[in-house]
Design a protein around this ligand. Structure first.
Ligand SMILES: [Fe+2]
Ligand SMILES: [Fe+2]
Length: 293
């Protein structure tokens, strides 16, 4: 018998070993609430975390930014990328680290999960820039975290995830529809509960909650729509590559496409996908930055 949302929420609240945020993430979230953060505050915070710093530097040196000069230090990244952009990228990596130890499940391939998340993060940056929308790294973090609810379901509701995937593999539905039908809770809802528990910024929880229904977002609608379409583009690069035509069809009729209409006047989808394809190696390289410790 399907559980009610209230029952599942009670179970969620009772999970004892839910990943906790690191000291760096908690402090960073506090800093990001302030109207402005100084370079010194971020440098000091990151002083002892060489692993995250190294990842940030690899992103800063990725072809996406296209800087001629190598960015070798966090200070330099803060100057060149700006404090907000750098802080948001740090936030993405530090949250990622909280989950990196998650265990595999027969039905849920954690490597594929992070591969999809990282590609979405990369495309969100690229796509935002292409449309001329000025984000400050929040599109990267949101892309990386958009599906985080899937990980919670896979880890803490293992028998439910089996049912979800059985249904998903035998029916022509989106994963969230399979979740709705068999479990009663989507990964967006699950991720939203986590976002609340972790007191994540509104922009992140909006993307987590609305990325399959951009039209329902009341705030941060543009960000939600950009990540939502990047999520669809990312499907073209998933290891179990989906049919290009199908993905394109879904993109054109999505509410996210509608919302971004004013920005899409000069946008050529096919050309954009070609560009992404030629960058696929750097996307892969970028993925390696995530899984390296
Ligand atoms: Fe999703
Ligand atoms: Fe996704």
């Amino acid at each position: 018998m399907q559980q009610t949302i209230i029952q599942i929420k009670e179970k969620f609240d009772l999970i004892e070993n839910l990943p906790t945020l690191s000291v760096i993430t908690t402090r960073l979230l506090e800093l990001l609430k302030k109207p402005s953060v100084s370079m010194n505050e971020i440098s000091k915070l990151m002083e002892h975390d060489l692993s995250i710093t190294a990842k940030v530097l690899r992103v800063a040196n990725s072809p996406y930014y296209g800087f001629r000069q190598r960015i070798d230090t966090l200070k330099m990244a803060l100057v060149v990328l700006g404090v907000n952009e750098t802080s948001n990228i740090i936030l993405g990596f530090s949250m990622f680290d909280s989950f990196n130890k998650s265990e595999a499940n027969a039905h849920f391939d954690i490597n594929k999960f992070w591969e999809h998340s990282a590609i979405t993060a990369y495309i969100s940056q690229y796509f935002g820039k292409k449309l001329g929308i000025r984000f400050h790294g929040e599109e990267f973090t949101a892309g990386l975290m958009h599906d985080i609810g899937k990980l919670i379901t896979a880890q803490y509701f293992p028998s439910e995830i089996n049912n979800i995937f059985n249904f998903f593999n035998n029916n022509d539905v989106e994963l969230y529809e399979a979740e709705e039908r068999t479990f009663g809770i989507t990964h967006m809802q699950m991720g939203f509960w986590l976002a609340n528990k972790w007191k994540l910024p509104q922009q992140l929880s909006d993307v987590i909650f609305f990325h399959h229904h951009s039209e329902k977002a009341k705030t941060n609608k543009i960000l939600v729509a950009v990540v939502s379409l990047s999520d669809s583009f990312a499907k073209l690069f998933d290891s179990n590559q989906e049919n290009k035509e199908n993905v394109l069809k879904l993109i054109y009729k999505s509410s996210a496409w509608n919302i971004l209409e004013p920005y899409l006047i000069k946008f050529e989808v096919v050309e954009f996908i070609k560009e992404l394809e030629t960058n696929v190696d750097s996307v892969k390289e970028f993925l390696a930055t995530l899984t390296d410790s």
